[in-house]
Design a protein around this ligand. Structure first.
Ligand code: SAH
Length: 339
């Protein structure tokens, strides 16, 4: 097991095995959670640092980091087996938020999304999930992020067990100590997994990629809609709200001529009526599938109709537009360049 996938008690037993006092676990963890490596751990004796290097940190390496005009940083991370994954650190008034990947590729096949174009390569391991947070802090400094969103490449609930373990490490007070409310997980709506996740009792913010007001429209853009009906996705969202006490966020990409009419806005409001929620409207980014984002006015009109019909909604500000910020775009280019 690599250092980055260990929880506090596992580091404690490792220290014991290495003939060290248990208190060393706290020292090691406090370095790790600040993005540091064994060589940085100056309060440990050199032979102990060498032993930790021997075990290995795991995780991912920052191969490239590009900072955008708006202060976002796009990372290209490399796994040990050379798989490329990407993450983006976005700057908000509340601090930095890291968008991280959960899989290399994706098998959900959403027709507007670059991440799934070449299918799934593999799930990311726990140390590679933690490694993205660790590497971003190592690169930009420990204060660089206080939020994270699981919205990069991949479907988090298709890598369920590793993602749950990762979330436990991130929210453990003896571990990375993130508040669950500062972590968002975005899913295309794997209904069975939403119910499983309720049982885990890790009350992160759940975001659901709805993108359509009914199954007919959803069938055009999201193959997963053939497995789970939209009504059941919304029902699971309600269950999550009730169980976690946190309102769900519905994500809705606006695609010109596909899902952006006022009638569809009305239908979306009706579909999600009677529950706490927020609808995040995202004008389509990029040109995947040959579609386009609606014009500004059409986006505003969609928003107004939602509001008139009692739904809380906003249009998401686009960040990192100039640095291929949307899911899978950077990885796609790197794959193309590498042939
Ligand atoms: N698989 C998860 C998380 C990854 S995608 C999910 O489906 O939610 C994160 C968000 O970005 C999703 O809402 C996804 O639909 C959206 N997205 C993907 N491609 C996009 C694009 N070209 N423009 C705008 N949003 C996109």
């Amino acid at each position: 097991m690599k250092l980055l996938e260990m929880d506090y008690s596992q580091i404690e037993s490792l220290m014991k095995d290495l003939g060290q006092g248990k208190f060393r676990a706290g020292q090691v963890m406090s370095w790790l959670k600040r993005g540091k490596t064994p060589d940085d751990m100056t309060n440990l004796a050199k032979p102990l640092r060498a032993a930790l290097n021997e075990i290995g940190l795991g995780g991912v390496r920052v191969e490239n980091a590009i900072t955008s005009k708006d202060g976002s940083t796009k990372f290209l991370f490399r796994c040990e087996d050379h798989n490329a994954i990407e993450g983006v650190l976005m700057q908000y008034h509340h601090g930095g938020s890291l968008c991280l990947s959960t899989q290399a590729g994706c098998r959900m096949g959403c027709k507007f999304c670059a991440s799934g174009e070449n299918g799934l390569v593999r799930n990311l391991n726990v140390d590679e999930l933690v490694g993205q947070v660790h590497a971003a802090m190592g690169h930009l400094g420990e204060g660089a992020l206080n939020h994270m969103v699981l919205m990069g490449c991949g479907e988090p609930f298709d890598n369920y067990h590793n993602v749950v373990r990762f979330l436990r490490l991130m929210t453990d007070e003896k571990g990375y100590g993130f508040s669950p409310r500062n972590i968002s997980l975005s899913t295309c709506g794997l209904v069975d997994r939403i119910y499983d996740f309720i049982e885990e009792k890790i009350p992160v913010v759940l975001c659901i990629s709805l993108h359509a007001p009914n199954d007919a429209v959803r069938h055009e853009i999201m193959p997963i809609s053939h497995r789970y009906r939209i009504e059941d996705v919304v029902k699971a969202a309600r269950a999550y709200d009730t169980a976690s006490g946190r309102r769900v966020i519905f994500e809705y990409i606006l695609i010109k001529g596909v899902n952006d009419s006022p009638a569809q806005a009305k239908e979306l409001a009706r579909l999600t009526r009677g529950m706490r929620k927020h609808i995040n409207l995202i004008p389509l980014n990029g040109d995947v599938g040959g579609w386009q984002a609606p014009g500004r006015q059409d986006c505003q009109r969609f928003l107004s109709v939602l509001k008139e019909n009692g739904a809380s909604a906003t249009i998401r500000r686009t960040l990192a537009d100039d640095i291929e910020g949307a899911c899978g775009q950077l990885r796609r280019r790197v794959l193309q360049e590498e042939g």
